[in-house]
Design a protein around this ligand. Sequence first.
Ligand code: FE2
Length: 264
Amino acid sequence: MGPVVSLRATIQGGVIRLVARAFRACFRSQTPPGYHRHGPISDGPTHEPPYRLERVAAIDDGSLTWRGEHDAGLVQMHLLEFVENSVDFQHFAAIHGRLRLPWTEIPVPGMTIHHEATWRRDETQKHVCWFGNEATLEFRGKQIKRSGAHADVRLDGPGSIIRFDFALSRGRGRVVLYQNHTPVAPLTQHVRFRWFSGPNVPKPLASFIVGNWVSQWRQDIGIWERKIYRKNPMLTRGDGPIHQLRRWYAQFYPERGSKDARAS
Ligand SMILES: [Fe+2]
């Protein structure tokens, strides 16, 4: 089945505060310039963030360098949508099965993408989960050898900070892409991308890879902006671990009766 679930819920107040703390973690000295350029989002007193972002050694030591950034503007969606999208395994073929010209929604004739997706919680950091995707290209249904890429995707927190680590099938190239969803209002996220690659992935190739991802990401937006929340979605055996994901995600909601819950 296709995308099944969403949240038009009332938790935004609490989630925004959690995300604000996570972002503040980025602003501090542990994060080198280039990861994020945004200033503090509040002038008020700040709390210690509940977690800090993992550093990428290859960015710190300069073996991966900044290659570009893209401001995708505002998207009317709940933060949960992107996270839940990663476990909705059945939608990949239907929504992301066609190769598109990078940075556009124009399909490339005859070319399709085959996806193999996985999802798991991090074993040691409870605010982290991982999504994996093996994407291979096909021409008229026939697989193109050594095409495509594998992506290890780390999600920190409730869907605000996502790090893609792409390993290209050809040439052992690596691209690290950050996708950030900054909550600016209830059900409104400011979405930005920023990417890095090594010397064997020059800027145009890195842009091609990221542009492919952004083209696929755009296919989801119209769905996310129209979905409604189903507490108990009807799922089939072939659907992904959506209930597992929701149990993991529950840690980011304010506790019942708390000040955050009452404010939302
Ligand atoms: Fe999707």
